[in-house]
Design a protein around this ligand. Structure first.
Ligand code: AMP
Length: 283
């Protein structure tokens, strides 16, 4: 695997592959790689000749009081994992390479729909940071395909919408949620969870599954389902950010007759904010 810290270095190498007609699959990450990330790399490898991964802890998508400073940075072990997966290129730029004119004056990509609900409501500016950095990375790598995890459901939906709205010549592909054996969705932020609360955090997935199975059984009172789930999380000692039954595409509150519904939840533990989701198709 070759590692590039500069845009020009990566572009020079990738142009050779493009001239030969090879396809490029791309997996953007913030590092501290776990098996969920590596499954994305594997998926990219299945359908492309060349795989590029990026690691960049993007300050633009972190709020002022969020964890940009303490976000786990594990470059050496990340490189080892990527090599073992057969990743071809790692793009590992620093802040100056990505934002040479500083953050404040950086041009932004705004996706006005879907970004002020769910995670966007409690993390103002977050998705603007995501769409901006992902657009930059798409322009740098110019991939044929980019793979994103369903774990970050709203991010995936926003990026799909951005690529469609801006006619970006890239296929956006989703990858299933990778979980620990007890069901907790893998996340780089799981290292923030304390040992005491760790056994209890699986309750998030459980309440989402409970809602999904009740809707599948015909329950139509969505707001009652949401309230019950929030109460269960609260009783376990977690602060609820949201539990919402949404239209899978628009992310607006779901109507009873919506064909595609996703149940999304976010909660705060003592020192982590955890998200999860489950999609269902009504019979
Ligand atoms: P991150 O490094 O957390 O920004 O994530 C990089 C990519 O990996 C995003 O597309 C995430 O949705 C995806 N990802 C993170 N965690 C998981 C997981 N548990 N299962 C599948 N994909 C994931």
């Amino acid at each position: 695997m070759q590692v590039f810290h500069t845009i020009s270095g990566l572009r020079d190498s990738l142009s050779g592959h493009r001239i030969q007609g090879q396809t490029i699959g791309f997996v953007p990450t913030m590092g501290n790689l776990h098996d969920g990330h590596l499954a994305l790399i594997n998926q990219a490898k299945q359908s492309n000749d060349i795989v590029v991964c990026s690691i960049f802890v993007n300050a633009l998508q972190f709020g002022l009081n969020e964890d940009w400073d303490k976000y786990p940075r594990t470059y050496d072990s990340d490189c080892e994992k990527l090599r073992s997966m057969g990743c071809d290129y790692l793009f590992f730029p620093d802040d100056k390479e990505m934002y040479p004119n500083g953050l404040d004056t950086q041009s932004r990509v705004i996706c006005p729909t879907m970004t002020d609900v769910l995670c966007g409501a409690s993390r103002p500016g977050h998705f603007e940071g995501v769409t901006t950095v992902v657009s930059k990375l798409f322009n740098i790598v110019q991939p044929d395909e980019a793979i994103f995890g369903i774990k970050d459901y709203q991010q995936l939906a926003v990026i799909r919408r951005m690529a469609e709205d801006l006619c970006m010549p890239v296929k956006i592909t989703s990858a299933p949620i990778h979980r620990e054996t007890d069901g907790l969705a893998m996340s780089s932020r799981n290292s923030y969870i304390t040992p005491e609360e760790r056994p209890k955090v699986t309750v998030l997935k459980q309440v989402l599954e409970q809602i999904a199975s009740q809707i599948e059984a015909g329950e139509q009172d969505f707001s009652a389902l949401e309230s019950e789930a929030k109460a269960v999380l609260g009783n376990q000692g977690f602060k609820v950010d949201y539990v919402t039954i949404s239209n899978s595409k628009t992310l607006q509150p779901a109507a009873i007759d919506d064909p595609d519904i996703t149940v999304l939840g976010a909660m705060f533990t003592e020192s982590a904010r955890l998200i999860d989701n489950i999609s269902l198709k009504k019979k």
